[in-house]
Design a protein around this ligand. Structure first.
Ligand SMILES: NC(=O)c1ccc[n+]([C@@H]2O[C@H](COP(=O)([O-])OP(=O)(O)OC[C@H]3O[C@@H](n4cnc5c(N)ncnc54)[C@H](O)[C@@H]3O)[C@@H](O)[C@H]2O)c1
Length: 324
């Protein structure tokens, strides 16, 4: 039995505090303290989480009582802060996207290697029940050999991208790097490396200054062909993933709803998230991070997966001929 892993939180905004609460039930980990560039928020989060407020980043990084950091700051800060965390010998759980450029992702991977530290990126979509189940069913061969996939993620999130750091593509990376790295990571997990054959992006509103609706045609190393369509300007919203295979087809509806498949000539099989019964996704990813460090258990996804999600987002943007 190891002593609990001692973790510091950098960035106490929405997801940072959510991750901190998820750590609570884990006996294998202890949140020691928090630092946010906003001094008042550091104090508020420390009181709320009953941990130490760090006065500066330097104080946190130099604390010998910390083994690891959760980095939950905006995307444009991940490279610089991530490098500092690793160079101070701490393991790193970095929120997605790992960084805004592939070059910066590679530097972070190298820094983790050089320091012999674990680097995990929060590509948590894989652990949401319907997404997780789709992979289990594909591996079990319920629809035979997969042939084609179509994924749509649509919502009216344009106002979110008009606020704070998300409004500036130089800080957020726009919707592709800030949001759709999740979808690109999920599809790569299912079907292997991605070749982007064609992509088109649309930018109907003046603000935010980034792609707001995009489509791409993909081919995977497994031979699967795919289309993906993502929107932050669609008020009808909805999430759908449909996969056709040699022996049937499968469909799920993302964060809620159900997953179902039908084999040729058979009854449909359905499951809801409750029936799947996987752990809370954020708790599950953090527990995996902690157990990889303490017990050398395999990570469900790692820094390289985060790097490839960023690389594929840039491949889509290049095909569109757009910076973000
Ligand atoms: N995996 C997911 O489901 C998920 C969900 C939401 C956000 N995220 C990611 O988490 C990150 C943060 O998003 P959020 O929604 O929590 O943003 P947020 O704006 O709510 O919080 C970010 C916090 O970081 C702080 N900060 C900014 N620069 C800093 C610095 N240099 N040092 C210390 N603190 C700094 C800000 O003061 C703020 O409190 C982003 O990369 C985002 O993409 C992931």
């Amino acid at each position: 039995m190891h002593a609990p892993l001692r973790i510091g939180l950098i960035g106490a905004g929405g997801i940072g505090r959510h991750l901190a609460w998820q750590l609570r039930p884990l006996s294998e980990a202890e949140l020691v303290g928090v630092y946010d560039a906003d001094v008042e928020l550091t104090q508020r989060a420390a009181t709320e989480l009953e941990v130490r407020p760090y006065k500066s980043l330097r104080a946190l990084l130099r604390d010998p009582n910390l083994d690891a950091c959760i980095l939950a700051t905006p995307p444009h800060t991940h490279y610089k802060l991530g490098m500092q965390i690793l160079q101070h010998g701490k393991h790193l759980f970095c929120e997605k996207p790992l960084a805004l450029t592939v070059r910066h992702c590679d530097a972070l991977l190298q820094a983790a290697d050089a320091a012999n530290r674990i680097l995990m990126v929060g590509q948590v979509l894989r652990l949401f029940p319907l997404f997780w189940q789709s992979k289990q069913w594909l591996q079990a061969g319920v629809i035979g050999i997969p042939i084609a996939v179509h994924l749509q993620r649509r919502g009216f999130e344009v106002n979110l991208f008009r606020q704070g750091w998300r409004a500036d593509p130089k800080q957020s990376g726009g919707m592709l790097l800030e949001m759709n790295v999740h979808e690109l990571d999920y599809l790569r997990w299912l079907f292997g490396e991605i070749e982007v054959l064609a992509a088109q992006g649309s930018h109907p509103y003046a603000e935010p200054n980034c792609v707001q609706h995009w489509h791409a045609l993909l081919r995977f190393e497994s031979g699967v062909i795919g289309t993906i369509e993502c929107s932050i300007v669609d008020p009808l919203g909805g999430y759908i993933v449909r996969i056709v295979g040699t022996e049937g087809a499968m469909e799920h509806t993302g964060f809620s709803g159900a997953i179902r498949y039908r084999r040729h000539g058979s009854q449909e099989v359905n499951l809801t998230p409750e029936e799947i019964g996987t752990p809370e996704p954020y708790l599950w990813e953090l527990r995996s991070f902690v157990r990889a460090i303490l017990y050398h258990e395999p990570l469900p996804f790692d820094g390289y997966d985060g790097r490839m999600a960023v690389a594929n987002a840039h491949a889509v943007l290049r095909k569109m001929g757009r910076p973000a």
